[in-house]
Design a protein around this ligand. Structure first.
Ligand code: GLC
Ligand code: MG
Length: 469
């Protein structure tokens, strides 16, 4: 089995993980210094969100030079040192690859306007962070699916493909173990620029959702680009950001494995916190996987409210057990192993995502920086140094899951607030998704409780257990 099937991926938001020079912004040397912590936690790979040169309009997702490290985060030498230190500790390093757009400050935008999409007339498409997706310059408009500072690249232009595939080669040559590909669904657009149809189910909240993105995302032809990117990444790991219904999502595995090995499965983030709903999701996903495809699960990331804020602190332990015992590669968002909750929206991020990006909580005093952190700390009563139960639970779960990482999934019970499933013939998991005691629907020797003790006959409130059956 390849490492990423058995392994756990840990997402680091570099700006907020560890500052080494007192400027209040996390950096590569900070990450290198914290690798022993990650090693002890038991994860197998770190994914770094963008570290490249950037004006930081979208905190690094607006890249102005794909092969330079932003000075705020360090240098290429610091990067090489990070990779070497990670590999010496048997940790893999994944980078974020952002093919859909660049910064408007990238020299390409000046020197190669035809590498971007320009039109005389805008259509009705909307930008993800508000307003029209078209920005006027003189008497023409360019397309930006995200901020106006992030013009979309034209992947129908072979020069763009060549330049962007070279970016992959640059980092592969520096020894990275793979990539998480940003906004994978968006890469190609309708060649006729048709208007998107109105979304009949729109809830009136986010104007971006008022249209169905049938002409601006997830075109069938995107699969050719997925395959092309994968052919350059080869045997290293390709993870892809794909917010799509399960039937569409699984297409990103490609044909005969020529797509992403792990198209991110975000469905746990949006599925109601209910035993029957979760069991139904797991079964539909498992059934939809193509031959040879390996599943994966995500509970949170730098774009969504944190899991402990969504389901509550008590249920966050149950959620951790779910993430780390389902069949498939889990991706753990930094700080979720402490049960960190969302901070306030302090207006730094144009997409309103400051809350889930607050500094990592290392000590009761913070420990992230000797200076002023770029975002305020959350509640420091949970911190690494004090070894909260949530952190110990994560270590135990990550160690225990290796016993059944490859075993099949089978639902045993999904009713009355309790979800139970078997992993192979020797392990079972029972999760109480409620705040009241419940009967235990399966029996066996208790290997681990979310309460980190021997446990009782019944499932206690907000308790999950792993059993040997
Ligand atoms: C992805 C990233 C998000 C970013 C956007 C534009 O969704 O996860 O943080 O803002 O792409 O690059
Ligand atoms: Mg710094």
């Amino acid at each position: 089995m390849t490492w990423w099937r058995r392994g756990v991926i840990y997402e680091i938001y570099p700006r907020s993980f560890q500052d080494s020079d007192g400027d209040g912004v996390g950096d590569l040397r900070g990450i290198t210094a914290r690798l022993p912590y990650l090693r002890a936690l038991g994860v197998d790979a770190i994914w770094l969100t963008p570290i490249y040169q950037s004006p930081q309009a979208d905190f690094g997702y607006d890249i102005s030079d794909h092969t330079a490290v932003d000075p705020q985060y360090g240098s290429l030498d610091d990067f090489d040192a990070l990779v070497a230190a990670a590999h010496a500790q048997e940790l893999r390093v994944l980078l974020d690859y952002v093919p859909n757009h660049t910064s408007d400050q990238h020299r390409w935008f000046r020197e190669h306007p035809d590498w971007y999409y320009w039109r005389d007339e805008p259509n009705n498409w909307r930008a993800a962070f508000g307003g029209s997706a078209w920005e006027r310059v003189g008497d023409r408009y360019y397309l930006h699916t995200y901020l106006r500072e992030q013009p979309d690249l034209n992947w129908r232009n072979p020069e763009v493909r060549a330049a962007m595939l070279d970016v992959l080669r640059f980092w592969l040559d520096r020894g990275v173990d793979g990539f998480r590909v940003d906004a994978m669904r968006q890469l190609l657009k309708d060649p006729d620029w048709r208007d998107n149809p109105v979304n009949p189910d729109w809830d009136g909240v986010d104007p971006f959702e008022s249209l169905l993105k049938v002409h601006s995302a997830d075109l069938d032809e995107v699969q050719d680009v997925v395959a092309e990117i994968r052919s350059v990444i080869g045997d290293r790991l390709m993870v892809a950001e794909v917010y799509s219904p399960i039937e569409r999502l699984v297409r990103y595995y490609g044909k005969n494995g020529n797509g992403a090995q792990l198209p991110f499965n975000f469905h746990l983030i949006t599925t109601p916190w209910d035993a029957a709903a979760i069991a139904d999701l797991v079964e539909r996903y498992e059934a939809a996987l193509p031959e040879g495809a390996w599943p994966n699960w995500v509970l949170g990331n730098h774009d969504r409210p944190r899991v402990a804020s969504r389901v509550g602190t008590a249920q966050a332990r149950v959620a951790a057990m779910l993430l780390l015992t389902l069949r498939g590669t889990p991706t753990l968002y930094y700080g979720d192993e402490l049960g960190m909750i969302d901070g306030p929206d302090t207006g730094h991020d144009p997409g309103g995502r400051d809350g889930e990006r607050t500094p990592m909580q290392w000590t009761a005093g913070g420990g992230f920086t000797t200076g002023e952190p770029w975002l305020p700390y959350g509640d420091l009563s949970v911190n690494v140094q004090d070894e909260p139960a949530m952190l110990r639970l994560h270590r135990d779960l990550i160690a225990l899951r290796r016993e059944f990482a490859e075993a099949d999934y089978r639902t045993l019970h999904a009713d009355d607030g309790v979800l139970a499933y078997a992993r192979g013939d020797h392990h079972a998991v029972a999760l109480n998704l409620t705040g009241e005691p419940r009967p235990l629907p399966v029996h066996g020797e208790r290997l681990l409780s979310t309460h980190l003790d021997g446990g009782a006959e019944r499932l206690r409130a907000d308790e999950g257990v792993v059993l040997r059956i």
